[in-house]
Design a protein around this ligand. Structure first.
Ligand code: ARG
Ligand code: ASP
Length: 709
């Protein structure tokens, strides 16, 4: 056993040397990576990428809409991001007469660019290490509670003081699980307008079928523009576009806003995620999606109504299946265990390292106890609240609590909001789906969660419906007024506090309250307690790893988990071998779109215009030197959710494409990164420009870009 572990450790150690692809680096500290990046082929400097003394690439990268990344590509604030990142805005601007989702949208003049109230672009101006300031009055003797209080207090003090002095938005962000803190200065742009989007059968080509999958053919881009004082924003930097394309082995880097990763978890936690939680979520979502599919296939209206819900559930569903398989096939848990073994050995060498080995040992027990609460939450959100009627009822609990003492304005405002929520809900509601989901989910919920640790409503099915879930669901949907838009509107029209009691007895409101009561009384307090404990333990374990890794694996560069802050990641272009006998090339072409074309399958419809351009080979200067139109490519950049829309850049820092996804086999990269299998997917910028220019004829946008032929 020992021998096996030692060999694994050696492999880990060796792979650390060649594992340049792993890591999401803090741009302000990029000097540390410069030599390696240049050795891999980069021709520019870390200072070109991030500088606070002169304009640099960071001045052209923004957090788009709070969850994606965008990049500036002209002197007039023109911004590129993914189609799926702009999707909500394309949808919001669409009407029956102007269906931009279906037909695409192209502002042929600046006047035609559409404002998007609420949409922001956030740009990092400066970041400063303030760890000492945040942790200055904390010692080894400080208790966890005291530490949390002091950290909060120190952050507040610093932010308040800095905010007074700064024109930018100031915040403090925690890195390495609370072992390092940075003060961040961000400029917030709140006038971002929609400029262009291809039709969905280009921007979403392959749909949910191809989602997370390579080979991929999605033209996943949309175009916006930042305005400041009602004028196009003049950025300090904008990206030059390269039309040279990529070759296997080329150096690339991705600059963007990865949201969350957990690369330093102990094996027991990875095991809980990948082998306990995700399988349940996947199983529940499979059942729901099967029901959606059945009805969506039968009825075009239902297909549209459930398209976005389907995409939302389906994205995580597919990803987590990939994580489960990836962790298994690439021995994620075993690798973590081998690391823990060597960590343990390292701890034994000095007395004062005992605090780390103790915490490592304690993880097993804490995660074992936590599992019960984790699963209770999982069933609540994934089974209970996926019943749309019960989720909808959550909107009405406040109204059901109104008394004759509630001020009338408060009631009026609430009713107003409820009217809107009601219209939104019923626009996309199909009751037969929901009833079937309810039967399936409540059955699964009851089977999995013990009688003494689940919402009372699940036990009442035994008492009042002889354990027959279907009878309960018939009663729930038959008796609740919340299944009927007409009845809800009438109830809102005639609402008086004296009617609140009746609303509180509505079976859907009762069901929701029962689930919430259980959660708030039995699950939440304990979950919080465990989460706090686990977070403290992870902080200590991280601190240990930060000391151990440089000593034991000196060639391995540590990086903090993603936390929605700007990062740089780099790797080389190249295909991979997902399984025995299968090899993937690193790029796809328009030929592949034509091969997938199927007018009868929604995800694979090709417009006449695109087919014509393909047949005439009208690719102009956007064709690859092999003569074909390249659509997407993969490389070994360590990305995650939030990196969508990020610029992928070449050795000279010129724009090659837009990152939009990862390969399914490598989705475990949020927990365990394996360079042989974890690849990011980008749309080729030449395909984007071809669509803007040749497909849409929106040449004014091409004209304002800086293009390197
Ligand atoms: N999987 C990508 C991400 O996590 C793209 C999702 C949008 N595309 C889709 N077909 N649903 O965001
Ligand atoms: N598709 C993801 C996003 O929207 C990117 C990823 O998870 O790789 O950010």
């Amino acid at each position: 056993m020992k021998k096996v572990i030692l060999t694994l450790t050696t492999i880990l150690c060796l792979s650390a040397i060649v594992r340049a692809d792993e890591g999401m680096w803090i741009p302000a500290l990029l000097q540390r990576n410069e030599a390696e990046m240049q050795a891999m082929g980069m021709k520019i400097t870390a200072d070109d990428i991030y500088s606070i003394n002169h304009s640099s690439m960071k001045d052209a990268v923004v957090l788009f809409g709070g969850g994606c990344t965008g990049e500036i590509v002209s002197e007039q604030g023109l911004l590129l991001t993914n189609h799926h990142c702009g999707f909500d805005w394309i949808q919001k601007h669409s009407t029956v007469e102007h269906d931009y989702l279906t037909d695409g949208f192209w502002a042929m003049t600046m006047e035609e660019e559409l404002s998007c109230p609420g949409l922001t672009a956030v740009m990092l101006k400066n970041m400063v290490d303030v760890t000492e300031k945040i942790l200055f009055n904390i010692t080894d003797e400080t208790t966890d509670e005291e530490r949390a209080r002091l950290v909060k207090e120190n952050i507040n003090k610093l932010v308040t003081a800095e905010q007074d002095r700064s024109e930018y938005m100031v915040s403090v962000e925690s890195f390495y699980q609370g072992n390092q803190y940075f003060l961040m200065y961000n400029e917030v742009f709140d006038d971002v307008r929609m400029v262009g989007a291809p039709p969905s059968n280009i921007g979403k080509f392959g749909g949910d079928t191809d989602n997370w999958v390579w080979p991929r053919h999605t033209g996943d881009f949309s175009i916006f523009r930042i305005y400041k004082d009602n004028k196009p924003y003049k950025p300090d930097y904008h990206f030059t576009i390269s039309l040279k394309g990529v070759e296997k082995g080329d150096f690339t880097f991705v600059f963007g806003y990865p949201a969350r990763t957990n690369e330093y978890l102990p094996s027991v936690a990875v095991n809980q995620e990948a082998n306990v939680v995700y399988p349940v979520v996947v199983d529940l979502r499979t059942q729901i999606l099967d029901i959606y599919n059945k009805y969506q296939e039968k009825d075009a209206k239902v297909r549209i109504q459930y398209a976005s819900k389907h995409a939302g559930l389906g994205n995580g569903w597919k990803k987590w299946m990939g994580v489960i398989e990836g962790i298994r096939n690439f021995k994620g848990i075993e690798k973590k265990q081998a690391f823990e073994e060597s960590f343990y050995e390292w701890c034994q060498k000095e007395r004062r390292r005992m605090i780390y080995s103790r915490v490592l040992r304690e993880f097993d027990a804490v995660y074992a106890e936590y599992e019960k609460y984790r699963m209770a939450t999982t069933y609540l959100t994934e089974a209970g609240l996926s019943i749309e009627l019960i989720d909808f009822a959550s909107n009405f609990t406040k109204l059901a609590d109104m008394t004759k003492d509630t001020p009338q304005e408060e009631i009026d405002e609430l009713i107003n909001n409820l009217r809107q929520a009601t219209a939104v809900f019923f626009k996309d509601y199909y009751q037969p789906i929901d009833e079937e989901v309810a039967v399936t989910m409540l059955t699964a919920y009851r089977a999995a969660q013990p009688e003494d640790f689940r919402p009372e409503i699940l036990n009442e099915i035994d008492k009042n419906f002889k354990g027959n879930v279907k009878s309960y669901v018939d009663y729930l949907f038959g008796k609740s007024i919340l299944t009927s838009e007409e009845k809800v509107v009438a109830m809102l029209d005639n609402f008086k506090p004296s009617k609140a009691k009746k609303l509180a007895k509505d079976p859907a409101v009762v069901a929701f309250n029962s689930m919430m009561d259980f959660y708030i009384e039995k699950v939440l307090p304990k979950s919080k307690e465990y989460n706090n404990r686990i977070n403290n333990m992870r902080r200590v374990y991280m601190e240990g790893q930060m000391k151990m890794i440089p000593e034991v694996y000196p060639e391995r560069n540590l990086y903090p988990d993603a936390n929605f802050t700007l990062r740089v990641t780099y790797g080389k272009v190249g295909g991979f071998k997902p399984k025995d006998a299968v090899t993937y090339r690193h790029f796809t072409t328009l030929d592949g779109i034509m091969q997938k074309e199927n007018p009868d399958i929604y995800d694979y419809v090709v417009t006449d215009r695109l087919r014509e351009l393909y047949e005439a080979k009208e690719f102009g200067r956007y064709a690859d030197k092999d003569g074909s139109m390249h659509v997407a490519f993969i490389a070994g950049n360590h990305t995650t959710g939030g990196n969508s829309g990020s610029p992928i850049l070449n050795a000279e820092g010129k724009l090659l494409g837009l990152n939009f996804d990862r390969t399914w086999e490598g989705t475990m990269s949020d927990l365990v990164y394996d360079p042989s299998i974890c690849k990011n997917i980008s749309v080729d910028i030449r395909y984007v420009l071809f669509l803007i220019d040749k497909y849409a004829g929106c040449t004014r946008l091409i004209d304002e870009m800086t293009i390197d032929e």
